[in-house]
Design a protein around this ligand. Structure first.
Ligand code: IPD
Length: 280
């Protein structure tokens, strides 16, 4: 089967919207606020606070079914267990609902994230926010968009470079184990007095898109899964953000920092001083 970047991007966007709209419809049926038990099947995964719902599973099945129809030879890796080896050079990386805790509580900050790799490199990404009806998308080498319009990360507001960190609005996220959270809280004790403020929105994919469209100046997190960031990392990068870990690597599940170019280095340095990547 042919590998055309436009075709892969169109499919990623179409399936992200299809799965996200189905999830949003189900969420609206359930009403406002926390839903558990009879109204929504909620189970736990890695720890007692790591949630998965029927909505996550239906969304993943929707995407996997759509991929099987359109591109039956491709591989698939999905958060809720989808795993297809594939025989083509293409593999799809899916987070059917990124921000499941927000979905369960009715907080309108969750997303569907779909990326396509060719020979192991992500070349397209789509992140759909169904509550806000916003689609972020990117194709490698061709920029990033928000509902079809080009986006770019923030530019310096201060002429004095020493103010860049102090004026940075920074998003982050926390893992699900108590031990990791203790370390992440200790990093915040050091970082928070040095920056404008912290945001914890609850969807890593949307956090990366927030860097892409200038809604925050930077984002970092330790211990993400590949499906959390595969699409968002490309979208942030194509919007002009700098991506990496704290030691010169490209940034991955161990540690991922995404920031506007003027913020990346001072934020990297502050996080390194706080040992942000060396804690559990
Ligand atoms: C989580 C969200 C959250 C991040 C966690 C992720 P999930 O993904 O992206 O913002 O802090 O590390 O696990 O579990 O909702 O798909």
């Amino acid at each position: 089967m042919n590998i055309d970047q436009d075709d892969l991007l169109e499919l990623a966007c179409r399936l992200a919207i299809r799965a996200g709209d189905a999830a949003q419809t189900r969420r609206e049926e359930l009403g406002i606020g926390l839903v558990v038990g009879d109204t929504l099947v909620v189970e736990t995964k890695s720890t007692s606070i790591d949630l998965v719902t029927e909505v996550d599973r239906v969304a993943e099945a929707t995407i996997v079914g759509g991929l099987a129809d359109a591109r039956p030879d491709d591989g698939v890796l999905g958060e809720e267990g989808a795993s297809v080896a594939g025989t083509s050079r293409v593999r799809w990386i899916i987070d059917p609902i990124d921000g499941t805790t927000n979905l369960v509580y009715g907080i309108p900050s969750y997303s569907v994230s779909i990326a396509a790799e060719v020979d192991g490199a992500v070349i397209v990404g789509a992140v759909y926010d169904p509550a806000g009806e916003v689609l972020f998308a990117a194709a490698a080498g061709r920029g990033a968009t928000r509902n079809g319009e080009p986006v770019a990360c923030t530019s310096p507001r201060a002429t004095d470079p020493t103010a860049h960190l102090a004026q940075a609005l920074v998003a982050t996220g926390f893992g699900f184990s108590a031990n990791r959270r203790r370390g992440q809280a200790e990093v915040l004790v050091t970082l928070l007095p040095q920056i404008r403020d912290i945001r914890r929105f609850g969807s890593a994919a949307l956090d990366l898109c927030s860097v892409a469209c200038g809604r925050v100046d930077g984002y970092y997190e330790k211990g993400l899964n590949y499906w959390d960031y595969a699409a968002g990392r490309l979208i942030a990068s194509e919007a002009g953000a700098v991506l990496g870990d704290l030691r010169g690597g490209p940034g991955d599940s161990t540690f991922l920092l995404a920031a506007a170019p003027h913020v990346f280095e001072p934020l990297r340095s502050a996080l390194r001083s706080a040992d942000a990547d060396e804690r559990p």
